[in-house]
Write a protein that binds this ligand. Sequence first.
Ligand SMILES: C[S@@+](CC[C@H](N)C(=O)[O-])C[C@H]1O[C@@H](n2cnc3c(N)ncnc32)[C@H](O)[C@@H]1O
Length: 282
Amino acid sequence: MKLNHSEYKQRNITIWNEIAPRYHKRWASVNQGPFQSTPKLIELLDIKRADKIFDLACGTGVVINKIKKKLGRSGYAVGGDTSITAIKIAKKWNPLQSNLDFVNVDAENFYFSKPFDIITCQFALFFFPNAQKALENIKKNLKNTGKIGITVHGNPKKVPFFSSIFDAVTEFIPDYVPLGSPDLDRFSTKSALQREIKKAGFTKIKVKDFIFKFNPGTFEIYWRNYLKYVAKPLKEKLDSLDTTRKKELRDLVRENIKPYTLKNKTIEFPWEVLILTAKNKI
Ligand SMILES: C[S@@+](CC[C@H](N)C(=O)[O-])C[C@H]1O[C@@H](n2cnc3c(N)ncnc32)[C@H](O)[C@@H]1O
């Protein structure tokens, strides 16, 4: 079965509503691995106290959590996401104040009555099947002098946390990611990301790449946590393998992580993250 655009989006909403609490606990609420990027993004944007900022696909609120500390009373921040569970967590973590809000919006379809100085989007652009439509909306909702900050994961070869499992799993379960899903790696190189943003008409585009480290523990802990944190539809596919295939899959993942295994048997992954900044018009 091939998902169409809206089926993919609906599936993604269901998945994010299910995994948001685990995602928050494991990633967003702790500045580990790729999330070392959040302070870098804030630094690159040079936020002023009066800035009006929108964080698109805000998830459980990690970027807003840092932005709000930079704002004075005349500035404000809004986070928007399609997952209501993520928004609930974001609100709990960032108790509402007069200059802070979270709203349920789709990246490909949002409009605010007042334009923003800055729009951020961390680890989400690749989830939007029509990324150009999302970028068009970002542009429309930015002041002419406004700027954007977009963070994505780097090249899969430089993010072995994902690829060590993903490359192995797709050998065993070719439809692990359903047909019709967007390619989540399509903006994972500097040139591809830059091209997409340029196509949308932004100017003064700069992309910085960072290599962070992530230590997920031993192979056993890494594998156990993957099974614990993965979304339900994917877990069901993994569970459908018989015992022998499951063991073969596990062995293949173990093989893939060898280059990153230290003498003490724990893993140390590099994790490439790209942060792009650009201006709207001026
Ligand atoms: C990996 S999380 C990133 C969340 C947050 N920016 C962070 O850094 O933790 C991806 C987020 O994108 C959201 N998302 C996916 N598709 C979306 C869409 N079309 N519009 C708005 N949000 C979307 C998901 O609900 C999820 O919260």
